[in-house]
Ligand binder design. Sequence first.
Ligand code: PLP
Length: 403
Amino acid sequence: MFDVASIRSQFPALRQDINNQSLVYLDSAATTQKPQVVIDAISQYYSAQNANVHRGSHSLTAKATSQFEAARSTVAEFINAADEKEIIWTRGATEALNLIAQTYARNTLKAGDEILIGEMEHHANIVPWQIVAEQTGARVVKVPMSADCQLDCTAFTQLLNDKTKIVALAHTTNVTGTRQPIESLIQLAHQSGAVVVIDAAQGIVHEKIDVQALNADFLVFSGHKIFAPAGIGVLYGKLAHLEAMPPWHGGGKMVEKVSFSGTTYSQLPGKFEAGTPNVAGAIALAKAIEWYCQFERSQVETHIHGLVEQTYHALNQHDDIRVIGYQPNASVISFVVDGVHHQDVATLLDQQGIAVRSGHHCAHPLMDALGVTGTIRISYAIYNDQQDVTRILQAIDKCLDML
Ligand SMILES: Cc1ncc(COP(=O)(O)O)c(C=O)c1O
């Protein structure tokens, strides 16, 4: 079994006091803390290699470019992309989804076409589709969820039809941690002729993702949810789609030749990477992936699921706590306290040094379906331990006594 104490010691942000108590960080689904090796990679880059990439011919730019492209190879290998050109750097999952909507979707959708998305999706996987639907006359169609926060697969099958051109689904949802049956949903969507977009913002850190085995057309994730800094993310797309898509942002690096009589665009991946990219972010993401890959994923997940299960059983003892859509193999657990605003609970927990997320979690449609305005979400990661579970449970008991 891996050594949680030694893992924790690699995260400097976890060694601090908040409101005079040692920090218990239970908000990794919002963003993970960063191990020292990732922080060092950023610092080393700016201390020794900083230069613009794919421009000029001096030694520093050559060094920065080679590290930047090596980072792309690391990501390609990590998700088993068939070709490095299928990896496009973005600012995060949100930007990647907008890119797909404004290039692939905007150029292929026609009035009356349908985009199928789940009711539990994050706003990042709803709003870009609504925008492109408005631009093209297409329609966003919601796949409902069941009472236990699972996608209604019967409804999904019934809603698929020859007008369905795009299916966009989370690999794992962010409020309840529902792992969706994306393998079978991708197959069904393909049989019906739709292109599939997978939002792996939550899934990427909890499962080994193999884009070739999944056969998704597009898959996106953000670096900051897998121990890398914010501001770097990945769009994976099948080569044939990316090649056929027009560029999105215009500017430097995405062009071959610019003239006032017409401009020609770069080959992939440059075509979608206008302007100076987040070089340090890409290098740090590769470092974060290398760091994380040293651990046996199944051991990490068994550890996390154990913490969630224990939390669930303890929360269930309270009559006034309602756990929302409990998923046994998740890293998150969402709950509400009867008659108490979620924000008040989160504030009382913060006063005890505990960081949780409260609110609608960028999932208004899910909140509406559940009939709540928000939840309190505890999310665990590789560095959380038994002591964290004890602290949150004691802190919740104290909150309930006070409220
Ligand atoms: C399921 C899901 N999709 C998309 C996003 C958006 O990620 P980002 O804000 O890093 O672009 C999030 C962030 O919480 C998420 O949980």
